[in-house]
Design a protein around this ligand. Sequence first.
Ligand SMILES: Nc1ncnc2c1ncn2[C@@H]1O[C@H](COP(=O)(O)OP(=O)(O)OP(=O)(O)O)[C@@H](O)[C@H]1O
Ligand SMILES: [Mg+2]
Length: 294
Amino acid sequence: MSRIEKILEAAINARKTARGQTRQAEGIPENIDGPKFQPAAVPLIDPGAVDKKIVSIREPNSLVAEQYRRLRARIKSASGDPVKSILVTSSVMGEGKTVTAVNLAVTIANEIDNTVLLVDTDLRNPMVHNYLGINPQFGLSDYLKGDVNLPDVLIKTGIGQLVVLPAGNIPENPSELLSSQKMKALASELKNRYDDRFIIYDSSPLLVTADSIPLARHMDGVLFVVKASANLQKSSGRAIALLKGCRVLGAVFNNVPEHLAEQAYPYPYGNSYGYGKKDGSGGSDRQGRQGAEK
Ligand SMILES: Nc1ncnc2c1ncn2[C@@H]1O[C@H](COP(=O)(O)OP(=O)(O)OP(=O)(O)O)[C@@H](O)[C@H]1O
Ligand SMILES: [Mg+2]
């Protein structure tokens, strides 16, 4: 039996034992709203149904998964105020935000002392649930619209201490929901309620929608994902300019082409990262193959 299978079995047993106990006892916030909605039971995540790009689950001993552990270490040792809430974003579509957010969340959640809440704020093209192989009925958009209560849409995954808040049903007004007072209060509540909790927010691209900019202002830090191709570097500069005043932690260079990745480490795709200045002016100041760092 693999390590993940053992962890899952232990989690399933723990869940059975905990039936009847409060969700509070499971580490899920109880009283953001009173319970009035019973969700369909969501099974724990099946590692076999998880997308292969989620190497932190599918191939935890791979060199790619190791890059996410290095990213975790860099975030946890970032200078300045501790980073507990992180928005993962990018300039345009398809740069690897969701793959990065999910892998990072799992990697942090696998550390013994950390609880992680992974929030899908991409209300137009939500993909977190797809990468994790789950099919939730409701999520963030439904909570923001007032249709459901928060505890009812949080999914305890059984993977480390990872809880997922999926995006929910695609709304007609995603920008308005994400810039609402209710979203602001939620971000603040989630951050302040638990000291040991990391909150990772997946988001939509900065140059395509206005959805992520107000969110970025409520975060301890922003992680900027850049697909490693030359023609995207200009748009990255424009997107980072939109984050003026936010704390840009750095850039993750994702999906490095094979011929470049091989110079850094011997596998077909990879991630590397650089760290910028606190005011966001130098978020991608260490472009290149940081994966080769010793
Ligand atoms: N490191 C990687 N190596 C190989 N393929 C990758 C990598 N990261 C992402 N991809 C692939 O690139 C595509 C886009 O990835 P992802 O969904 O994470 O991007 P995104 O920035 O979240 O996109 P969107 O803006 O549409 O939300 C997917 O097909 C994904 O599987
Ligand atoms: Mg995405």
